[in-house]
Write a protein that binds this ligand. Sequence first.
Ligand SMILES: O=C(CO)[C@@H](O)[C@@H](O)COP(=O)(O)O
Length: 230
Amino acid sequence: MSRPAETLRRVREEVNRLHAELLRWGLVAWTSGNVSARVPDADLMVIKPSGLGYADLTPDTMVVTDLHGTVVEGEHAPSSDTASHAYVYRAMPHVNGIVHTHSPYATAWAARNEAVPCAITAMADEFGGEIPLGPFALIGGDEIGRGIVATLSGHRSPAVIMRGHGVFTIGADAQAAVKAAVMCEDVARTVHLARVHGPLQPLPEHHVDALYERYQNVYGQHDDPQGARP
Ligand SMILES: O=C(CO)[C@@H](O)[C@@H](O)COP(=O)(O)O
């Protein structure tokens, strides 16, 4: 196979695998949600076919489109959110993966038209502050994509709570966008439960900054086994 064909196959397999992760982490029901990935070195993306059940998804059912949402390869109609994913990829060159879910606790914040306040260290770590609230937009065009870009541009959070709808996350790759969706639901649940039983105490900004820097640059394993840090 030519390199582009090999690359497309690899991206198809990865996007298919990550859809199974949405199910595994309880972030989607029935056919809701979707994942896409930008194809390296090509103005293309791979996205979920619209309305297919998760049990029916395979690498071959994934749809390849250009970055304006026109189908290039695939036998199924692409996701309802294709135009919005494409808009984000065009507007945010650093983004190579996008996820959409209706995960219950995060979507409850969307129903209340509220951002998720940064009241716990896990939010500072992953989101660098609150998870912001984006505008309501109808489905099918690029309006949702425009709202994602307007809300997340210049913001540290890789997740946005879209009013009355659900979660969209972005990442340097699709795996990172899935992680952001998992962590978004995790912290949305914790902070929701906290607020049910009393007022929230958002973390001071200087603590949020310190936590974010550590988590993004120090946390976990690094090449230097001695743990030397930048
Ligand atoms: O909420 C929306 C679109 O934003 C749903 O239609 C979406 O979760 C699933 O749509 P698709 O199956 O990807 O077309």
